[in-house]
Design a protein around this ligand. Sequence first.
Ligand code: ATP
Length: 548
Amino acid sequence: MLLDVKSVDKKFNGVYALKGLDFSLGEGEVHGLIGENGAGKSTFIKILGGVYKRDGGSILWNGKELSETIRPEDSRAFGINIIFQDNVLIPAFTGLENICLGRPYPVKGGLIQWTEMEREAAAKAAELGIHLDLKKPVSMMTPAQKKCVEIVRAMMSDCKLLILDEPTASLSDKETNLLFSIVRNLKAKGTSVLYVTHRLEEIMELTDRVTVLRNGTLVSTVDTAGTSRKELVRLMSGNEAASGVEDAETGKDAESKLQGGAADRISGKGGVKQPVSSEAEKTDTQGAELLGTGADGKIGKTALEVHGIRSGDGIVRGVDLEVKTGLITGMFGLCGSGRTEFLECIYGTRKLAGGEVAIDGKTTTRPTPSESIRQGMAFICEDRRGKAMIPAFSVEENMMLSSIDRYTKGGWFQKRAADKKAMDMIEALKIKCVGVSQPAKELSGGNQQKVVFAKALLTEPSIWLCDEPTQAVDVATRQEIHRLLKEEAKKGKAVLYVSSDLTELLEVADEVAVMACGRVRKTFENKDLKPTDVLACCYEAEREENDR
Ligand SMILES: Nc1ncnc2c1ncn2[C@@H]1O[C@H](COP(=O)(O)OP(=O)(O)OP(=O)(O)O)[C@@H](O)[C@H]1O
């Protein structure tokens, strides 16, 4: 075995994040690691990467015991490289500069040999089947291209184990396929891959074995070929009822038996309405209570209208769109289509070069975030750590960021009322944390995303702008978020929902606007809509653009 982990423990503030974990990984093996939010996946990979020190147990690497005090640079020297959920590239640097960062620069006559480094990086990219303009600044790259830069960077040194944490979080199908072929390429060359994800279809397609964690402990390690998504859901949740997904072995469609919750998302079958479990109903009701009773009964009224929106940087190139109350308007586009930038233009975090935004008939050519919030807009943005939260602030402080004025009277912050609201949110969204004052940076990725969602809920918005709102959340939470937004729409709120996951979008949206090359190409009603219809529209737009 390349890696043999025995009885590893890790505690934070006296609470176990990992307890007695056993794990093994062979050379050239692709091993999946799954578990609900807060199960301990990131903690484990951070221990392997020398970011956290383990509190007990042993780790054998190629048969040799790794010291408890290994540092990230030691781990990299052993051949362990991690690509984290939130990318850590320097945006202003080119792909090549990022790849070379932290490596010894070849120097001749006092000059850095950039051509030599470029040759090396290009050769490595070609070997991995990655085609990339290495001279492009990272800020101009799509999420998929950034992921490729990180992979090339990891593989420049002698990488024996590549750890990928939620690598496809904002990649669309096309880019995901590219990533899969890179992983298969690595496996063929004998590199091991530890693949962490909430997307079980990826686990089934890519891995040899899967390890399931629950509450910091090992549930089981199973051969992928001998299991099914249904079984994996059951192992993750420990809930016998959470099993109504298509059984991979029998191919039998078990959706009719579904008890709601996680399973319908994993089934990968868009648009199937599922019976709701009593547990799910409870969460739904809690969510509805939290949202208040603000139903104004106005369905189908224009809540948000944009005309000819163009961004200053030329990414958004003249978008017209109408978002109506009572509906979830989905937006789909391939990476680089301008979907995120479009939402930023509406909200006011990206400069407009032209066009106007009208909220409830009130028009502006210069939206700003504070005015957008005042007008009832909430924005769940894609860049969680960078833009949606302040990691050093507590859970409660983050939740209150956009609604602090509601909890301030005569200049005094109403701490008790805010505490109570924050605690309600923790309960309703099942946020795994020690309490309202725990720093948000200490929460697992999925739980941080729930805090961001709670922050938006607390503003009681009438218009939701959601950019990948379910990224990094586990399957059950994904369902809860969908239910809350559907509930909002039912009450007459408007929702604009961007996702790179077409299956998810077809499950949640009433209509789907297709964005390509900075423009909305077409809006489909989501009735008998097939993924191929949407994709065909994207590809046709790209073709037309390339022919220009
Ligand atoms: N630095 C830290 N300080 C305190 N607690 C922490 C810290 N890092 C992680 N934890 C806690 O350890 C537990 C496991 O978190 P971890 O991030 O490993 O979960 P995860 O399985 O990766 O979840 P997700 O799917 O949401 O990313 C959580 O309860 C989390 O709050």
